[in-house]
Design a protein around this ligand. Structure first.
Ligand SMILES: [Fe+2]
Ligand SMILES: [Fe+2]
Length: 460
């Protein structure tokens, strides 16, 4: 039997990769989670870096600002499930729409009434609203704290400096002390955080309603959200028509990846690529409590099978990255559907099924991970052609995909879930053996059994 091995395709050596391009393209996955049009973080990097340059930042300080802007939403997936359960609403559109309301308590309350539990029964909606009215301040503080702290931690995992981590942690602090989670005020707010918040507001309102709307928000929030000198610098930058023309260019990503701080990222080694894949796996796994640690366990099982099947070390390392990122596209699916306890309707089921295509599309845009994109895209295919999204049959499914699929289903069946206990391994393998030749490759299932038995014996 012949297999297509994507990992043998030509791909850029790590030495030819630049951190800015790599993270910039991965930031598109964060945009989707936040309900923003793809390219939001990249455009924020343009706005914020230009602003930083205009106020005299350069060197390492400007590079730290640049990466803070690209990665400001790293914690975005960690509060999605909670937003969904508190507001009984689709987390993705909730997050998107919340960014365009004005800065007043009245607007926030109107938003909550307009959004909460629209598709739920009256009593459920009422209960959710009462909870929000009674505990609103604490709820929103907790949501922001989780998001910002988690984002800062993941940036640390990706080897970024404290300046970047602090910038992400304080993203939602406001100049007047009215922000969250710590109510920092004035100069106590890291400069990178305040610039990133300003860039975010400018991009959201510019995308929604154009330059005038964006600048009106900057003026309205000056001295409330933004440091007065930053708001002033933004007013000067916004007076340049060329600034807005560049921001709207279709090749804005290339422009951002050519800015001076983009040349300052750490070299991308194979080890660093592993760390970046692992960090994004953490973003994926934080999206839903039902699948916490799923990507890292699938990676472990994938590697056990690959080792048993005799794959070489560099091939195994490459395949571990595919396993870590196979569910990246779940970031594009609402938690209202991902975490739904009951039966899914056809539209919801279609949304779930779209996740592997989203994984493939997002990874294909990232040079360092483009060759694992087909594996992520095909991890729900079955040998009998009844899988999705392509309905591939037999040899059309490569060995590496078969390995990840086996590991993925093994984890889905064997892991403890909030709604059911872990299934005994004997039962899991009984189910999987019954689907050999139709869903799974027998060699992969046997390799997993053998590998787990060997690990067990070693541990004993
Ligand atoms: Fe999946
Ligand atoms: Fe999965």
């Amino acid at each position: 039997m012949s297999f297509t091995r994507f990992y043998q395709r030509d791909r850029p050596a790590p030495a030819d990769l630049r951190l800015a391009d790599l993270l910039g393209m991965l930031s598109r996955a964060l945009d989707i989670t936040e309900g923003q049009p793809e390219g939001h973080c990249i455009r924020c990097a343009y706005i914020g870096t230009r602003l930083g340059q205009n106020i005299g930042m350069n060197g390492t300080d400007l590079a730290d600002l640049y990466f803070t802007l690209l990665l400001k939403d790293l914690g975005c997936s960690s509060n999605a499930a909670r937003i969904c359960s508190l507001y009984l609403a689709d987390d993705i559109s909730f997050k998107r729409d919340f960014k365009t309301i004005d800065d007043s308590l009245g607007a926030a309350l109107r938003f909550v009434f307009a959004k909460t539990g629209l598709e739920s029964g009256l009593s459920e909606r009422f209960r959710a609203l009462v909870n929000i009215l009674q505990n609103g301040q604490k709820i929103s503080r907790d949501l922001i704290e989780t998001r910002c702290q988690r984002g800062a931690d993941i940036a640390g995992q990706m080897r970024f400096s404290m300046a970047v981590q602090d910038g992400i942690r304080a993203l939602d602090e406001h100049w007047n002390g009215g922000g969250k989670p710590d109510g920092l005020a004035g100069a106590a707010i890291p400069r990178n955080a305040n610039i990133a918040l300003l860039a975010q507001v400018v991009d959201v309102f510019h995308t929604e309603a154009g330059p005038d709307a964006a600048m009106a928000e900057v003026t309205a929030r000056a001295c409330k959200w933004f440091a007065p000198d930053l708001a002033q610098a933004m007013a000067e930058l916004g007076a340049e028509p060329a600034f807005w023309a560049t921001l709207s260019r279709p090749d804005i990503a290339d422009i951002v990846f050519a800015l001076p701080p983009a040349h300052q990222g750490a070299p991308v080694t194979e080890d660093y690529l592993d760390d970046i894949a692992q960090a994004f796996a953490a973003v994926i796994d934080a999206k839903s409590p039902f699948t916490a640690d799923h990507s890292s366990r699938v990676t472990l099982y994938t590697d056990i099978i690959a080792e048993e099947l005799g794959l070489k070390p560099d091939h195994r390392r490459w395949l571990r990255r595919a396993a870590l990122l196979h569910d990246l596209g779940k970031l594009a699916v609402s938690n209202q559907i991902l975490d739904k306890p009951g039966k899914l309707d056809p539209d919801e089921w279609a949304a779930i099924k779209s996740h592997s295509l989203h994984s493939e599309r997002l990874l294909a845009q990232v040079a360092a991970f483009a060759d694992i994109a087909p594996i992520a895209g095909a991890h729900h295919e079955r040998l009998d052609g009844k899988g999705y999204p392509y309905g591939l049959v037999g040899d059309q499914i490569c060995l590496e995909t078969r390995i990840v699929t086996t590991a993925d289903v093994f984890d889905a069946l064997s892991a403890e879930r909030p709604y059911r206990a872990a299934m005994p391994l004997a039962k899991v393998f009984e189910i999987m053996e019954g689907d050999i030749g139709t869903a799974f490759d027998g060699a992969c299932v046997v390799a997993l059994q053998r590998g787990l038995a060997r690990l067990n014996a070693r541990a004993a």
